[in-house]
Unconditional design. Sequence first.
Length: 479
Amino acid sequence: MTSLLPSTQTTAVVSLLLGPLIFVATLAPQFALVPAHAEATTYQIQTRTAARATQHLRSDTTLATPRVFSQSLTLSAYDLRDNQSGDLNARVRLRYATDLGLARELQQDPRFDARWNDLSLDLAYLQWQPFDALQMSAGRQWHYSPLGMTDFDGLSVAWTDTGGTTRPFVRLAAGRDVQRGLTPWDPGAWDVQGLPPNESAVTDDPWHWMAAASTGVDFADRRHRAEIASRHHRRPLAEGTGGATTHHLGATATTTPVDSLTLTTTASVHTMTTGLDRARLDAAYRVGQGVVSVGVDHRRPVFAPSSIFNLFGAQPSRATYATWRRPFTSIASAFELRAWNRTYFDDDASFFSAGDEQAIGGAVAGHHRLRLRIPVDYSWQISAQTLTGSSGGDQYLGTSRLRVPGPMDGLFLTGRTTLLWAVADHHRRPDGLAASASLGAEFDLADIGQLSLTLESRSGPRTPANTAAFALFELESWR
């Protein structure tokens, strides 16, 4: 019988499939949970097995049956020098994903390789802290700053002054911007014979450079903090044509001038726009046992590694919003009120213009922990929003979620329902009701993991109804 996968791919799939089973059968009995701050060399293993099975009718009446499976494995080592200082650590994370429901003829098409046989290296770095104030990391890692997160292969250095009431810090990072499917470093770029399935995907100049820097000051009492950051990317536009460099600058600050008031602001500028791509100001004020938050937000999405989703959906917008949260300990409940006014614009010639579309809405939500015969965790939310402009109309959304203990120790049962009623202004867009409902079970596996199962059904007037089953198997242990 001929395998659907080349031999090397089959080995990888089998290894990842058997990983959790081998983990339980051989390693788990030898492992014991230990504190995160180990006093000797400590190893951590995490595995996550996720599966999704669903089916629905396409517009051409054929049946779509995705059977998505993914497996991740994370290996972490702490205090590798075994000197009780924790100055040398390492982490590796691999992830494999496949769609077992993909048609056989598409499995051989390189354009569907990421859906059929996708093996990726998420993290692989060594971290060294020669003394308390300095930390260095080398390898594939994530860099965080007020500008968001980016993946890169390279070196990062962080220095923090840990003495005194003010603690200045500096963070630097530089290396190759991780670009899937563009370089020989990506495992999906080669088939079993060692040839790229799509030669245009591997260029002679594969290096997409990035450099980032941030500096700021943090106060020991955690009442004030400020940071400025910059990030620069250089990408080849085409073979032999050089490249383009983009710059992203930003700043953020948080202050608590009095115990009841916290102010947070952030802003950034990108060279691909003519002005601010992000600006936000939040104020949170404690009133009795409740908290009132108000703010303004400006977003002008830019295509970047940290915000690729913006290319396909987000619109430039400006918004004002307010939120009130109040816990009631006597009835083990908490309530929340929210209101917002969001304006979508096509240009930034003026802050508000007559052609802009607006979304005005409000919501009320509650969370309750009831003590009946068994403890019940129940939450709900009701919201309404009206939209003006070419896509105008009204939307009414209600959702509720219930979580209760099951008949066995460590077993919890969950249920969730969501209803959306949309009323369109345009006569060619009919009103419609969309609904989803799910039932699930969560089972704690002693101290080493959790198994979750969920069955979900969705229906709506503009999309085909579908039912999906989800399974998530997580294991974690220390040695």
